[in-house]
Design a protein around this ligand. Sequence first.
Ligand code: UGA
Length: 445
Amino acid sequence: MKITIIGAGYVGLVTAVGFADLGNEVICVDKIPFKLSKLSKGISPIYEPGLTELLQKQIKKGKIHFTDKIEEGVNFSDIIFLCVGTPNGDTGKADLSQVEEASIDIAHNMNSYKFIIEKSTVPVNTHQWVETVIKRYLKKDIKFDVASNPEFLKEGSALDDFMNPDRIVVGVESEKAKDMFKELYKPFVKKGIPLIVTTPAAAELIKHASNSFLAMKISYINMVSELCEKVGADVNMVAEGMGYDKRIGRAFLQAGIGYGGSCFPKDVKAFIKIAEEHGVDFSLIEEVEKINLKRRTNFMKRIKNVFRIIKDKNIAVWGLSFKPNTDDIREAPSIDIIRELEKSKANLKLYDPQAEEGFKHIFPEKQSLKYFDNKYEALKDTDTLLILTDWDEFKGADLDRVKENMRLPIIIDGRNIYQLKDMKKKGFEYYSIGRENFDPKGMWK
Ligand code: UGA
C-alpha cells in the first residue's frame, strides 16, 4: 500500500520505517530542513537501536522517501498519518497547533478521497475538530474519513514495539475506514496481534488513559519505596511479590527517581486538563505527577543527607538520558538533579553512552562540569557516583575498577541497578531507593 506520514519525529519516523519494512511504499513529510537532509542521506536524527540500519535498507530499496512538500505527500497516497508533535501549552493543555496546521495543509492539497489517521497523542474528541478544520478549508466537495490509531511504542525499543505491539487500537466511524485499517494491519493480525476496533473517542482516550495508568504504577511503587525505607523492607521484593499477581504484573513497578521523557510528563499533564475541562475530579492523576516530581527533590535530599556539604565535592554521574537505549533527555530527572548540584557548587563529571551531545546544549562544559567518553575515567578522584539512568553497561560495570578509581567508594543509585549483596561484598557505601542503605564503617543510621 502507499502511505503518507506527516511529521518525522519519533513516532512518525518509526512508523514510516516500520511500514516500509512491511513492503509498503512510504513518503514522510517534515518541515525541518536539517532533519530532512539527514534522513534523505539515511542518517536518523535520533538514536534508536536498529533505526539507522533499517532506514538505510528501505531507502536503498526505494520504499521510503522524504519531502518538505506537503502537496507531494497528500497526492502520494489516500492514507495519511498525522504524526506531528502535541506538546503541552502554557497551562499543560495539549497544544494542537501542529495538528491544525497539518489539517489545513491536507485540506488545501486534497484532490481525491483521503483517509486521515491521528497517530499523535491528542485529547479526546480531537478527531471531530480535525474533521471540522478540514471541512472548513476544503475548497471542493471531496469525501474523507478521520480516524484514530494511537501508537504505544517505547523509546529504546521502538522498532520492536512497532512490529510486535500488544494490541493495535483503531477508532473509526465508517465501514470504509474500518476495512482500510484491516488491510493496512493484515500482517499484524496474521501474527495473532489483536486489532481492537472502536470509536475514535474511545481510541483517543485509550492512549491517554494507558500512559497515565503506567505513570500511576511508577508513582505508586515509588511511594511504596518510601514506606519500605521507613520500615526496613526491600521495594524490589515487594514489587516482585506484587508482580506475580497477573492482575497487577511486574512491569512498570521499578522504583527510582521517577519517570521523564517526552510522553508521560506531557500526557499526564494533558490528561489532568482533559478531566478538568469535562468537570471530572481526577485528582488521582494530579497526585501521580506531584509524586513524580518529588522523586527528584527526594534524591537531592539523599545526596545532601550523605554529604551535608556538597560544595567542592567531586561527583560523577552515570546516565543523563531519561531512560536507557535513547539519547533523549526531554524531561529527564538528570536535568533537575544536575541543576541543583550546580547550584550547590559541586564539581561534576558526567557520562552517558548517547545523551552527551543534547545535554551539552543545556549544560555546556566548564571547569566545574566535564563530560567523559569513558565511564571509568569519569570516576577519577570522585567522592561519589550517582546513577541516574539504568543503562545495561552500568549494570555490567567492573565494580573493582569502579572502587579503585574513586576517591571515596560511595554510590547513590537512583535506579536500583546493583544487588545489595554485591555492594556489601565489595565494601561500597551504597544508597539506593526503597532498600537497605549501608556503609562498611557502620556510620549510616
Ligand atoms: C511511553 C509508553 O511506555 C509507551 O507505551 C508510549 O507509546 C510512549 O510513552 C508514548 O506515548 O509515545 P516511553 O516514554 O518511550 O514510552 O518510555 P517508558 O519505557 O514508558 O519509560 C518512561 C519513563 O518511566 C522513563 O523515565 C523510565 O525510566 C520510567 N520508568 C519506567 C520507571 O521509572 N519505572 C518503571 O518501572 C518503568
